[in-house]
Write a protein that binds this ligand. Structure first.
Ligand code: KIV
Length: 300
């Protein structure tokens, strides 16, 4: 596992993210002090995002849908997360590294959950964990923070609750539902989380919560008034197939680029155009006539 760079060389830490709350509330909405967060699941992507200056890299359990081909995040295991986390750790030098606790890894008992989070720290090198859920996670978040594990909360649409919620729906639309999301966000803060993801809710509600909390809010489908934004990398670069929600902005069209490159390669190989002579090794020795006939001796 690679070592964390020493503070002072641009490494983003948990206290840095906390301090950005004050900066972003004092500045305009276009402010550069807004927190940027993207997901990554492998070494090369982490390296590129880190070099691009992303503040927080999240190894999301969205890996289940974006990379592993599941139709929800529910099948993702702790070992899956560790596998991807280690690769991302090796590619991350400056960004704060956060990993999702997957479904089932924090639902049995507090002791079991703290042990699982510790594996993500010790074996995966994460600097913080993200836990879905609000009021119900108060005790767990508190215990993780006591165990020196920084926690990012996640309220609103929590994809691990897809069955309980009856689908991936915008949350907090009625007055009662909005108050519940607010209570969830406040509980996460009271438990000691250093930031909270607000997912899929009216921008007005996200703005109210952002104004109330002392910790930064990081929005996804929660409008522009949050203290930061997060997107799934595969949505950002156009690698997601099928439906994409309205809050996704595509900054590249990699799916078409990859398909085009693969088609061109197949055409060139089949047409004898790849590899060209310039892409081949040459010998300066006189190779003479090729060996024909005879039998190849198998050693032993
Ligand atoms: O798993 C994930 O990628 C997430 C983000 C979308 C916040 O939880």
């Amino acid at each position: 596992m690679s070592m964390l760079p020493h503070a002072g060389n641009g490494k983003v830490s948990v206290p840095d993210i906390l301090s950005r709350k004050a900066l972003s509330s004092a500045a305009s909405s276009e402010s550069k002090s807004k927190i940027t967060c993207l997901t990554a699941y492998d070494y090369p992507t982490a390296r590129l995002l880190d070099e691009a200056g992303v503040d927080v890299i999240l190894v999301g359990d969205s890996v289940g849908m974006a990379v592993l081909g599941y139709d929800s995040t529910l099948p993702v295991t702790l070992d899956d997360m560790l596998h991807h986390l280690r690769a991302v750790r090796r590619g991350t030098r400056h960004a704060l590294l956060v990993v999702d606790m997957p479904y089932g890894s924090f639902h049995v008992s507090i002791e079991d959950s703290v042990r699982n989070a510790m594996r993500l720290v010790k074996e995966g090198g994460t600097e913080a964990v993200k836990v879905e859920g609000g009021e119900r996670r108060l005790e767990l978040i508190h215990r993780l923070v006591e165990a020196e594990i920084p926690v990012m909360g996640h309220v609103g649409l929590t994809p691990q609750s897809v069955n309980a919620m009856g689908g991936f729906h915008v949350q907090g639309k009625s007055m009662d539902a909005a108050r519940q999301v607010e209570r969830d966000a406040r509980a996460v803060e009271a438990a000691g989380a250093f930031a909270v993801v607000l997912e899929s809710m009216p921008r007005e509600l996200a703005a109210q919560i952002t104004a109330q909390l002392r910790i930064p809010t990081i929005g996804i489908g929660a409008g522009p008034d949050c203290d930061g934004q997060v997107l799934v990398f595969h949505d950002l670069v156009g690698l997601t197939e099928g439906y994409t929600p309205k809050f996704v902005r595509r900054y590249a069209d990699l799916a078409n680029e990859i398909t085009r490159a693969a088609r061109d390669y197949c055409e060139d190989v089949r047409g004898g155009k790849f590899p060209a002579d310039g892409e081949s090794y040459h010998s300066t020795a006189e190779l003479g006539r090729p060996v024909t006939g005879g039998s190849v001796k198998v050693p032993g």
